[in-house]
Design a protein around this ligand. Structure first.
Ligand code: 0O2
Length: 318
């Protein structure tokens, strides 16, 4: 019994040591004692919570990603439609100018061929630059909308006609104003009433219809009509002001105004000389008997018809 007791005691000590050893290893590597299922209840819930939190987080992330994609798509679409609107906006002015140019070309050709006199020296067109539109928007304190710009800045499309003499300006203006497809909104006569700085020119603000694929729209266009002398002064004055964007000193303003008066005087002088020459020409040109016969008139008419190389040579070389 003693032996038996000693053996059992020995085995008990070995088992206790083994158990202690196993527990130490477990705690070292797992971090806690293995617990019965009932005791693990909180841990299960925690892990379930963690699982559902991760699931929700993923769902939220997915939603956020979807929203981000939608937002980007929306932004891209908005930008695309804004780009289309802007393109349409500038195209309308380009087309309006093409219409105006055609009208002026017709007048020019008709004058050359029928009246044997061309009052138009030069024609140029331009669409106002975005920077210049912005400057005018700020000057006029306009809200940043395309509609406000379209309605309030009426010289985005600009055509400039340079005429030989002052009286030609009014002739050309009257001929343009008589064209019923365009509406004359305003006439600014800076020739009859020059600006304080001396600027002279006749401005017609018109609305011209243009026909797009799906609609018609009336586009504001400014036509400036002036003489060569007025144009010379205005172009250089414009340059001087653009180069010097602070207040121009009084003596320079005074001299610019004086130059404008001299340009106007030059116009008057040239117009008077032109009239004198015309009277001389009329008096000197004694038509010969042959020139006044109907057959001579018809021959002259046929030679001058468009398409005749001899007469059109000058016209189409331009
Ligand atoms: P840019 O660079 O030529 O386009 P409003 O719309 O009536 O309130 P706005 O637009 O100033 O005022 O009308 P206005 O007076 O008819 O001027 C329109 C254009 O005429 C100007 O456009 C110039 O081209 C020209 N102009 C007017 N006054 C002068 C001037 O004193 N000197 C010169 N050189 N040009 C003048 P922008 O937009 O001013 O300039």
């Amino acid at each position: 019994m003693n032996d038996m007791g000693s053996i059992l005691l020995f085995l008990g000590v070995v088992a206790a040591l083994g158990l202690y050893f196993l527990m130490t290893i477990f705690v070292t590597f797992v971090g806690h004692f293995p617990m019965p299922r009932a005791m693990n209840f909180t841990n299960d819930r925690l892990s379930r919570c963690h699982h559902s939190y991760t699931k929700n987080k993923n769902r939220t992330n997915r939603k956020r990603k979807d929203l981000q994609t939608m937002k980007t798509e929306l932004e891209v679409n908005t930008l695309k439609s804004f780009q289309t609107e802007l393109t349409r906006f500038f195209l309308a002015y380009k087309f309006a100018l093409q219409e105006v140019e055609t009208k002026i070309n017709i007048l020019q050709e008709e004058f050359k061929l029928i009246h044997e006199y061309n009052p138009i020296e030069h024609v140029s067109t331009r669409v106002k630059s975005p920077k210049s539109i912005l400057t005018k928007m700020m000057k006029k304190e306009l809200p940043p909308s395309i509609e406000a710009v379209r309605e309030n800045i009426r010289d985005i499309a600009g055509a400039r006609i340079t005429c030989s003499f002052v009286e030609d300006i009014y002739k050309v203006s009257a001929m343009l104003q008589a064209q019923h497809d365009m509406e004359v909104v305003e006439v600014k006569d800076y020739i009859a009433n020059p600006k304080e700085n001396g600027y002279q020119s006749l401005h017609l603000i018109i609305k011209i219809p243009i026909f797009m694929s799906d609609h018609m729209e009336k586009v504001y266009t400014e036509i400036q009509i002036r003489t060569i002398a007025m144009d010379f002064w205005a172009s250089l004055e414009h340059k001087i002001y653009y180069k010097y964007n602070k207040e121009v000193p009084e003596h320079i303003r005074h001299e610019l105004k004086e130059a404008a008066l001299q340009a106007a005087e030059l116009d008057r002088k040239m117009e008077r000389l032109n009239k004198e020459i015309n009277i001389l020409k009329e008096n000197e040109a004694e038509p010969s008997l042959l020139d006044s016969t109907p057959i001579a008139h018809l021959a002259k008419y046929l030679t001058e018809l468009p398409g005749n190389q001899i007469i059109d040579d000058t016209l189409f070389k331009k």
